[in-house]
Design a protein around this ligand. Structure first.
Ligand code: PRX
Length: 637
């Protein structure tokens, strides 16, 4: 299959963008007609940002897995769909062709049906990066169940919060996952999570690490046993369920500036069209190429550019179970060499951590198969950009800096590899269908260039967030209420003289630690659970490898051991409540926090202290107790 909608020149890009904003209905109808529909849509798009109500391809009937699997059986049955590289390079890798992946997804769809899973049910998936994770995701989509994948680094408490919010009655997990030298006992974490979730009816467990697990009678079943039952029944077919275009496809939880993580909901048809369109255009995918996205399927990047985007385009997608530094810092390059990877898509934090090992890990690694490099998840600093360009791409591979979010489903701002210009540390130009604008503090549009402002989007693209699960009002207030008639991204951006965008980072209380989104309020709530903590305030600070580190200012009651002991306990508490990814990098015990007379914590001051900009703190006279700032400055860690 070649892609009639693949943009081939800068002129074509300009024409596509123009058409997409002037005639969005025609533009997207043309693209959508390249997919398989059981019934064509009645209306391409219908929207208002006030409620918000966003509908794409209404009246259309579709199943994303038909588009990811069945339609490729004609000409790609024997082409690898998924190449899987295990954590341990000495273990066997696996290759699933489109025919094999289709067969396994059909089989597991039958397993789901036999276990009572129906269209619209929420299914939580908590697994390591193994092919069965992709199979589970696709099988849910095939039966019309709404999957909610939870990253393997989240704690039992986080899982339990998500299960309750989504009222997920079914769980798919595995005994454990390998991550570098670690073996994470996933099923046992699930068991802890389920202590508070008696409504969960069924847990399906895949055997991977052979870690001991306790199977609860009547609730837990083995994946392998259930598959055997389907085989014994003669492997019946499972035609993909016919879904309405706007039926929810999945929920993915993500952090905001307040409260607990919210369940971002994406809809079947729009998400399918947009992830495919961006995959084909941003990376300029060519048939038979091998695409290696190093993200975890627990995050949106894995959903969109390991699973749905590549598979709907009939691509070969590489899934890697391990981490970039195991068994050594040459692992990514070994994988590129071993499979002759053509497209490598990773995060700036991974690039920075590998840069720190110097060039030795690159010795004797043949990277000549690489054609395109990509980054995602956080701003890339120029030093890392140039290292990637020079040492990995050998100055021959365009780098796409892709800006997007869980809520956007797919890439919104990025250069198109080799087609539109790149500029180090700039995401550059919007995708067709995307109209970014910048606003000043007062909410006025800034029309000139060479300016910084709050980044908003004027009109919907097909994979715009539809709602936050179970709480539509939260979706409205978070994204559509800050500025009238606009989607507010929560990011700040600079626009240069050519209209290229550089994302400067979050303008709200959301941190980006190693490309993972974490709300400061969430971390504070977790810290405050510790019995010795009176109050806390969390801010980000620049971190060489992680991009941002977590700095916690904590008022300690003094009643729970020495300061060193309590710091360790606080770290353990955060790990237990959220997961190891949210552990503070620095904890400073303080006797008070800088507050206004009305009791609001002045985070601006704490941020300056955490950043080490002690002489740039500014006016403190409006504080209830200005002296506290001096004390905190002296105790900076
Ligand atoms: O701040 C932006 C940053 O990551 C945030 C979205 O995080 P999440 O929903 O977890 O999705 C990450 C993967 C798509 C954004 O609000 N971000 C993402 N990509 C970039 C980025 N910041 C700068 N440059 C990027 N390319």
């Amino acid at each position: 299959m070649s892609y009639p909608y693949q943009i081939k020149s800068l002129e074509e890009y300009k024409a596509a963008w123009k058409k997409s904003v002037e005639e969005p209905e025609h533009f997207w109808a043309d693209i959508a007609s390249n997919f398989h529909w059981y019934k064509k849509w009645d209306k391409v798009v219908d929207w208002n940002f006030t409620e918000p109500s966003i509908k794409w391809f209404e009246g259309g009937k579709v199943n994303i897995t038909y588009n990811c699997l069945d339609r490729h059986l004609v000409d790609k049955a024997d082409q690898p769909a998924i190449i899987w590289e295990p954590n341990d390079p000495n273990d066997h890798h696996r290759i699933l062709t489109y025919a094999q992946l289709h067969e396994k997804v059909v089989q597991f769809s039958n397993v789901l049906k036999n276990n009572g899973v129906k269209k619209g049910d929420r299914v939580c998936i908590y697994m390591g990066m193994i092919p069965e994770l992709a199979i589970a995701v696709l099988a849910c989509a095939r039966v019309g169940a709404i999957h909610s994948v939870i990253f393997g680094g989240f704690s039992a408490q986080s899982i339990s919060d998500r299960l309750q919010d989504a009222q997920a009655v079914f769980i798919i997990t595995c005994d454990g996952a390998f991550r570098g030298a670690k073996d994470i006992p996933l099923k046992s974490v699930i068991d802890d999570a389920l202590v508070n979730c008696a409504f969960v009816k069924r847990v399906i467990v895949y055997t991977h690490t052979r870690t001991a697990v306790s199977m609860i009678k009547g609730r837990d079943v083995w994946w392998e046993d259930e598959v055997r039952k389907v085989e014994t029944a003669g492997n019946p077919d499972f035609p993909a369920e016919v879904m309405d275009a706007e039926d929810p496809l999945f929920i993915l939880y993500t952090s905001g500036s307040t409260g607990k993580p919210k369940g971002v909901v994406h809809a079947c048809a729009g998400y399918m069209v947009y992830t495919n369109y961006t995959f084909v255009n941003v990376f300029q995918y060519q048939p038979k190429e091998i695409h290696f996205c190093t993200a975890d399927i627990g995050w949106i990047t894995g959903h969109s550019y390991i699973v749905y985007g590549p598979l709907s385009a009939g691509a070969t997608t590489l899934m890697f179970e391990g981490i970039p530094t195991y068994p050594d810092a040459g692992r990514f390059w070994d994988i590129v060499d071993k499979y002759k990877v053509n497209i490598l898509y990773t995060a700036p934090t991974a690039i920075r951590s590998l840069m720190a090992f110097g060039l030795d890990p690159l010795k004797n690694k043949d990277l000549s198969s690489l054609r395109v490099l990509g980054t995602v998840g956080e701003p890339i600093n120029e030093e890392a950009w140039h290292w990637y360009d020079e040492h990995i791409g050998k100055k021959k591979c365009p780098i796409v800096d892709t800006w997007w979010q869980t809520e956007t489903g797919g890439v919104l701002i990025s250069n198109l590899a080799g087609i539109t210009p790149a500029k180090p540390s700039f995401a550059t130009l919007p995708m067709p269908g995307v109209e970014p604008i910048l606003l000043d503090e007062k909410g006025n549009e800034i029309t000139e260039n060479n300016v910084t402002g709050n980044l908003c989007i004027k009109s919907p693209w097909p994979s715009t967030i539809r709602t936050t699960y179970g709480d539509h009002e939260r979706c409205r207030t978070n994204y559509f209420a800050t500025y009238e008639n606009l989607y507010f991204t929560g990011d700040g951006a600079y626009r240069d003289e050519n209209g290229f965008y550089r994302i400067t980072g979050r303008v709200d209380d959301v941190l980006n630690v190693s490309g993972h989104r974490i709300g400061t309020a969430e971390v504070e709530n977790a810290i405050n659970m510790h019995a010795g903590v009176v109050e806390s305030a969390v801010v980000g600070y620049p971190h060489d490898v992680k991009g941002q580190g977590i700095y916690a200012f904590v008022i300690y009651s003094g009643t729970h051991g020495t300061p060193e002991m309590v710091k360790k306990d606080i770290t353990a508490t955060v790990s237990r409540i959220i997961g190891p990814i949210a552990k503070p990098d620095k904890i400073q015990l303080v006797s008070g926090l800088p507050k206004t007379r009305s009791g609001k914590i002045m985070r601006r001051i704490l941020r300056k202290i955490a950043e080490g900009e002690l002489d740039k703190i500014g006016d403190t006279t409006t504080l209830l107790d200005p002296a506290i700032v001096e004390e905190i400055k002296k105790g900076k860690v």
